[in-house]
Design a protein around this ligand. Structure first.
Ligand code: TNX
Length: 530
């Protein structure tokens, strides 16, 4: 165990004396309901070890050197028990998800080399120490948001991220698919969204300390087949992909593709291009019936790509709703006339009208709306959930109103913020959020009562990519802090001040070796990579 400390820390570990040794004769047997986990585990372990790990025919086929997977209806769906003893390794879970998280623990117990894609030493012994691990997650929603709009991440990068999430027992990938700077999802009935909206002529690449700071075109999008593949790949890993289509702000790429979506009486939308700088943009959607029908068409295709039954949180569709400047609505005679027609008192009510429209529309189709905490500003429909990003306040208000909440306060878990204040740190934005800061993040604020806190579905780390032009940059910002975040989301940690960061750091030295084996370009403790 000393050589394979677990991250995130499990609820209970009892170590024994001895070890199970995997050999060329070892078999892997997956009982009914765990076949998918068996296929996944067999593939990664065969790749890493070079052992054949033939499929067993029954559970006790393992003869003390094998691996068994089995459901135990007495456990919660994500709960698992892993026992390594003289009869072999047995991983049991309440559902296939629990078995899958247990299989992740098994991989950690085998050592960092178990994360490699190919074996390095012919004669390496593969052992699992005798141990009993009993474990279950603290939160149901353990999320990561990836902004693929500011900088596009090609499909293979997203699949790789899903594997990295699974290795950390995270289970929701929130994909920020649209923004002012790019539209990333193919919508068949509106081809210009990607033909025009997925490319911008210029973009700032590189970072302050780099000589690569330059301007070049940037773009890309996922085809519908790409997204189906991403959703299926995630589901095999017990991860839900929640798509975000941001309305009514953060929409310049859509307006550039279809100018009539914009406020045409106050801005020359015909000459608008996909935005090529960062910040909050005033080119928001016009409050017309045409806009509503257009986006209903978008959401119809999105619902097909992200079916409600793919994974546990698949009913959710994120509609953004953040940072919508009201300037154009104030200036536009058409928008003002629309507000009078709808009997809306002010522009905040108009924003809320957009949100409520899509809330009703999604609810009528058996889906649930989730949006950034600005959606609270004009009143919220009953089933809606909130991503609390401007601190805890939005989440607290929402929970008190009986809405479900995902806590992702920017002060704590925005991984675009730098990890150190050294002059060479690549990202010149945000506050300093060290590994220890993230480790001491507490998703449930003390002001919530026990009953209110039940509305906290969980927590999410957000990776905004304005200044992350490629996978290496995203890796650097995400890791190792995602490991600390995973511990916050999964483990039952004491209050922030009482958490043992020294212990976490010691476990991190081994975890970094796992990340090395996975080829993750994390920020080294000594500072930025050259
Ligand atoms: C705020 S969080 C935003 C993003 C930016 C981010 C940068 C949120 C809903 N909006 O558009 O990328 O800050 O940290």
């Amino acid at each position: 165990m000393r050589n394979s400390p677990l991250i995130p820390a499990p609820c209970g570990v009892a170590a024994g004396a001895g070890e199970v040794r995997l050999t060329a004769h070892s078999r892997l047997f997956a009982c009914d309901g765990t076949e998918g986990v068996g296929r996944w585990l067999g593939t990664v372990l065969r790749d890493a070890t070079g052992l054949p790990l033939r499929e067993g025919r029954e559970l006790d086929d393992t003869e003390g050197d094998g691996i068994g997977l089995r459901l135990d209806p007495g456990l919660g769906s994500e709960e698992y028990r892993l026992v390594s003893d003289p009869s072999g390794v047995l991983v049991e879970g309440g559902g296939a998800a629990g078995v899958f998280w247990g299989a992740q623990t098994l991989r950690q117990l085998l050592g960092p080399e178990a994360y490699r894609r190919a074996p390095i030493h012919r004669d390496r012994a593969w052992t699992v120490p005798y141990v009993t691990v009993e474990d279950a997650p603290r939160f149901r929603w353990r999320g990561l948001m990836l902004d693929v709009a500011r900088h596009f991440m090609p499909k293979d990068g997203v699949l790789r991220y899903l594997d990295l999430m699974a290795a950390h027992k995270l289970n929701v990938l929130h994909l920020h698919l649209t923004d002012d700077q790019g539209w990333r999802v193919e919508i068949k009935r509106y081809p210009r969204l990607t033909e025009v909206g997925s490319w911008r002529a210029r973009t700032k690449f590189g970072h302050r300390a780099s000589p690569l700071w330059e301007e070049k075109p940037h773009g890309g999008h996922y085809t519908q087949d790409d997204l189906r593949e991403i959703v299926a790949y995630a589901a095999e890993r017990h991860i839900t992909v929640v798509p975000e289509i941001d309305v009514p702000g953060h929409s310049q790429a859509a307006v550039a593709a279809y100018p009539e979506l914009g406020n045409t009486d106050v801005v020359d939308t015909a000459s608008l291009a996909v935005w090529d700088t960062w910040g909050v943009n005033k080119n928001v959607l016009a409050p017309t019936d045409h806009t509503l029908r257009f986006y209903e068409g978008v959401f119809e295709e999105v619902l097909e790509l992200f079916p409600a039954d793919a994974a546990p949180f698949s009913a959710f569709v994120h509609i953004g709703g953040d940072e919508c400047p009201k300037d154009q609505w104030r200036e536009s005679a058409a928008a003002q006339a629309r507000m009078r027609e709808l009997g809306l008192a002010d522009e905040d009510a108009l924003q809320s009208w957009f949100v409520r429209h899509f809330d009703n529309w999604l609810t009528a189709r058996g889906r649930r709306l989730i949006g950034w905490d600005e959606i609270l500003e004009g009143g919220l429909a009953p089933g809606a959930a909130v991503s609390s990003w401007r601190g805890y306040a939005g989440g607290v208000t929402a929970a008190r109103m009986g809405h479900d909440v995902v806590m992702c306060p920017e002060q704590q878990v925005y991984l675009d913020h730098r990890q150190d204040d050294g002059p060479d740190e690549p990202v010149p934005i945000g506050w300093v959020r060290t590994l220890e800061d993230v480790f001491r993040f507490e998703p449930v604020p003390p002001e919530l009562t026990h009953d209110e806190a039940r509305h906290v579905l969980g927590t999410q780390a957000n990776v905004w990519t304005e200044v992350m032009e490629d996978q290496a940059r995203v890796d650097y910002q995400t890791f190792p802090r995602l490991a600390a975040f995973a511990e916050v989301a999964w483990s039952r940690l004491p209050a922030p001040a009482e958490r043992d960061f020294g212990d976490f750091e010691r476990r991190m030295t081994v975890h970094r070796a796992r990340l090395d084996a996975l080829g993750v370009g994390y920020r080294p403790p000594s500072g930025p990579r050259p």
